[in-house]
Design a protein around this ligand. Sequence first.
Ligand code: NBP
Length: 479
Amino acid sequence: MSNSAQIGVTGLAVMGRNLARNFARNGYTVALHNRTAARTHALVADFGHEGDFVATETAKEFVEALERPRRLMIMVKAGEPTDAVIQEFAPLLEPGDMIIDGGNAHFEDTRRRERDLRGQGIHFVGTGVSGGEEGALNGPSIMPGGSKESYASLGPMLEKISAKAPDGSPCVTHCGPDGAGHFVKMVHNGIEYADMQLIGEAYQLLRDVAGYSPAQIADIFRTWNTGRLDSYLIEITAEVLSHVDAATGKPFVDVVQDRAEQKGTGRWTVQIALDLGVPVSGIAEAVFARSLSGHADLRAASRELVGPRAKPLGESEAAAFADRVEQALYASKIVSYTQGFHEISAGSDQYDWDIDLGAVSAIWRGGCIIRAAFLDRIRAAYDARPDLPSLLSDETFAQEIAAAQDDWREVLVAATRQGVPAPGFSAALAYYDALRADRLPAALTQGQRDFFGAHTYRRVDREGSFHTLWGGDRSEVEA
Ligand code: NBP
């Protein structure tokens, strides 16, 4: 076996197969391997004409097919299969070789694997890949972590196969060492959850409060897609809403069970945010909204609970309401991204990753599910001020929220009055109001904590920690 392949892909299910084809279509010789060899041979039979593939059956053949330093990409099911594959291949590799894990790994697993392999001189490059099946084939957004050295070797190849942003730049950047890439991918998915939840709430409000049909709402989304909300998710929302079920002639959205599923990265984003102490309430509400939707029995048992049922507005008021919903959606979206970028920044500080937030927003402009014109604005905000404390501190975003907020509040008043749940819009507004508040009830919380647990508090007028003798004469002592 000649060692001529510039990259090898092991794990040739839908993602691996398409990434291997993407590398080959871009002129690279690609070694192929899969636990079940039939997949390898099927790829060569079906797509061998697309480029140079080297089909292998054993781990030894696979490794020997690669030029040195070797670049070996794993695209297997995340979790134990990834560890099994690493254990199979690592003993066959040499110092300087690279293992690239493009699966949806938890960043802590990536940190562990990177640490374990570093001793052997192997670069472990945990890499987020976004864009699903289609992106893998035609250009995903790619979020590699790992060493700088590995990026010097891999970067040009990843740039070639990646999606290109509207300005032509490749949607890939070295996010930072060890687990940085998988962390960024995790938050990307969390933001995707929040975006989808906010769009869902806008749809429900347009349907129940404004009284529009799915087809009319599809047209509204199409219009929004020509403005500042221009994005892949808004575009596909219009497609889904205008689709009619062939079997019943009803809107497709009305024949689908309203129980949303999730794979886990949104949940990880929230779990890690809790550990880091970062309020990502928009993402959390999105994860919880999917969980709530899945509790069919609980929902059935609660359906008779008393509350208002929405009464659709008249035609003349509906259009004005739709404009307000657009404002609420846009403002809530700014808050979601503010929270997501806060989490990335906190992760970067915690793990010393030095993640460039502007570069991250730039590589999400193409290939991935949350691609949107809006990301250009985020990049501009971080480029102008890399130490921006929060996206809400950017003058342009702050002005846009200021302009949107009356409508945002009105939409929430209507939602509350008419009994239409809008947890994402509402959490976003609560976050905004909490940030700008002069005083928060946290002072009272501290008082309660000191009362029942002598947890102490700090005063506004003096340095130090204090405790009040609640059970005694209520005098204050310095703790
Ligand atoms: P799957 O996640 O369905 O995994 C199937 C692949 O894993 C097959 O090649 C299978 O080999 C291999 N595999 C398994 Br399962 N257990 C193994 C083991 N113990 N040893 C060796 N190989 C094993 O494939 P996918 O949907 O293509 O996704 C691949 C990775 O990319 C996953 O980590 C996924 O989370 C991630 N990802 C997926 C998407 C997406 O949209 N699908 C997007 C972004 C990232 P076999 O053929 O022998 O069974």
